[in-house]
Design a protein around this ligand. Structure first.
Ligand SMILES: [Zn+2]
Length: 242
């Protein structure tokens, strides 16, 4: 086989650099944010944050968290796993009754998923949430927060919006890093418009519950309002129109 000449090699290198650069500029976070397909946080000067809880509902931890949220008049968003929601419809009803938002975190919580399976899991969970609460949820958080172009396209084509979280607001509470650690992650990093990530199921979440007992009153004292993700999105629209 004849090796490519210098000119051909240059053309090949240029082609790949261009392809790489256009991929980076067109399909990175700025691209998806601009299109409105994926949300990490919003830009605002208003002291609002969205607390989000993945993997529930859980028969012990979710009610404990709901009690704390009620105590501080905080609204949150619960990214539920369909098969768990099916077992605890009463918790979903309580979440809605108390002003929280329910969103989609797939049906079986698979860490690897094909576009076809994702579509099925999203629609199945969406129908389930609707059957229990009468509300269609269009917000979806990928399992483990891992996404690619296929996942985003599948979600968007199905009418869903992908919701991530502020990168500095990942409490990693699923690893049980210690209550203080969870508290410090949130309180050291909170800025207006953040989306904060917690988990209300999937393991022992007592540290999450204990951390909220400190986080909620402290942020409230600082003047923060706790809103749902949809309220946060609406807030960003108001900002744009100002
Ligand atoms: Zn999860």
């Amino acid at each position: 086989m004849k090796l490519p000449g210098l000119k051909t090699s240059l053309v090949i290198i240029l082609f790949f650099s261009f392809a790489l650069a256009s991929f980076a500029t067109e399909k990175g976070r700025p691209y998806y944010e601009k299109k409105g397909f994926v949300l990490w946080e919003i830009k605002t000067e208003d002291k609002v944050v969205a607390l989000t809880f993945d993997d529930g509902p859980h028969s012990t931890y979710t009610p404990q968290i709901l009690d704390l949220l009620a105590l501080y008049d905080a609204k949150a968003t619960f990214f539920v796993v369909g098969e768990r929601a099916e077992k605890h419809p009463e918790i979903l009803l309580r979440e809605i009754e108390e002003g929280h938002e329910i969103a989609n975190h797939t049906y079986t919580h698979p860490f690897r998923i094909s576009p076809e399976q994702l579509k099925k899991e999203l629609d199945k969970t969406n129908k389930l949430i609707y059957d229990i609460t009468g509300i269609h949820s269009v917000l979806y958080r990928p399992v483990g927060g891992s996404y690619n172009e296929q996942i985003i396209n599948t979600a968007v084509e199905g009418g869903y919006k992908v919701i991530m979280w502020s990168w500095h607001q990942d409490t990693k509470d699923w690893k049980m890093p210690g209550t203080k650690n969870i508290i410090d992650t949130v309180l050291n990093g909170t800025t207006p418009g953040n989306i904060i990530l917690f988990h209300d199921a999937g393991g022992d979440r007592s540290q999450t519950v204990e951390a909220l007992k400190v986080i909620l009153p402290e942020l409230k004292k600082q003047g923060y309002e706790f809103v749902t993700v949809s309220e946060l999105i609406n807030q960003s629209h108001v900002e744009v129109n100002k």
